[in-house]
Design a protein around this ligand. Structure first.
Ligand SMILES: Nc1ncnc2c1ncn2[C@@H]1O[C@H](COP(=O)(O)OP(=O)(O)O)[C@@H](O)[C@H]1O
Ligand SMILES: [Mg+2]
Length: 253
């Protein structure tokens, strides 16, 4: 489904600040697979996402999504197929627009229909249903501006927006890291239920090793731009947080 071959990204090439952010990444993700990614600060996790979404151009290598080679495809053209949620709850939504306007824009992704034609009644009913599943008391706040909501509420809505039209690939970049522990856990459970319900191919970056092992079916570790661990199946089931910390703890110093 996603096939990354020999991906390399170097920043500030041939200067004193030269930095190999991705060295030689090879990664195949199957349709419907839910992959978690850990790795210390600066190990290349966000750069990997930036190359997949087209924010950055890799120096070498290929990225194939489905049957399409998207390596050089413009960022806005990929946005139709790829949903991304960032750590910062302010990034994903239009701040001064209402909850229903934001959801309508997300629903219109990849279609000609925009806000101009108004929001349809049956869409509103669907928004209400989806929002009530979040269990964050949002189903009766459709006309509230996003900026008036809490970080957790915004992040849950961002997640809904990224998945309301099923993306071919969902990228989550530490999307619960800025939330308080109880809200983070709620948003994490919500993530798993949406991803499992809709069988969305997902890559989730997290600094929480427990979440990385608990959610999804496969765990990768990045270190200095290289994939140094690819855990799945029985090996993964048997692996504990403590073992990963002992084995790779020094990466977190
Ligand atoms: N736009 C950029 N310009 C220069 N260096 C960058 C840029 N983005 C990231 N880097 C560097 O590339 C490395 C990987 O960064 P990043 O992918 O953000 O790591 P992570 O998300 O794992 O914390 C880091 O050393 C970082 O400083
Ligand atoms: Mg990052």
């Amino acid at each position: 489904m996603l096939d990354i071959r020999s991906l390399r990204k170097v920043y500030s090439k041939k200067s004193v600040d030269e930095k190999i952010a991705l060295d030689n990444i090879n990664l195949q993700v199957r349709k419907g697979e839910f992959v978690t990614v850990i790795g210390s600060n600066g190990s290349g996790k966000s750069t990997l996402f930036n190359c997949i979404t087209g924010v950055e151009q890799p120096d070498e290598g290929q990225i194939v999504l489905g049957t399409a080679d998207i390596t050089k495809l413009a960022e806005h053209k990929r946005a139709k197929y790829i949903g991304r949620v960032f750590q910062d709850p302010l990034r994903g939504t239009a701040f001064n627009m209402t909850v229903e306007e934001n959801l309508s824009l997300a629903l219109a992704r990849g279609q000609i229909r925009g806000l101009g034609q108004g929001i349809r009644k049956r869409d509103i009913t669907m928004f209400r249903e989806r929002l009530s599943l979040l269990d964050l008391d949002l189903e009766n706040r459709l006309k509230v501006k996003m900026r008036l909501l809490s970080g957790g509420q915004r992040q849950a809505i961002t997640l809904l927006m990224a998945t309301i039209v099923k993306p071919e690939l969902l990228l989550l970049d530490e999307h619960t890291a800025a939330l308080d522990p109880s809200t983070a856990s709620k948003v994490m459970k919500l993530t798993a239920s949406i991803v499992n319900r809709d069988q969305i191919s997902t890559i989730m970056i997290t600094h929480n090793i427990k979440d990385a092992l608990e959610y999804g079916t496969r765990t990768l570790m990045l270190s200095s731009g290289n994939l140094v661990l690819d855990l799945k199946g029985e090996d993964r089931k048997r692996t504990t947080v403590e073992q990963l910390l002992v084995k790779f703890g020094y990466h977190y110093c």
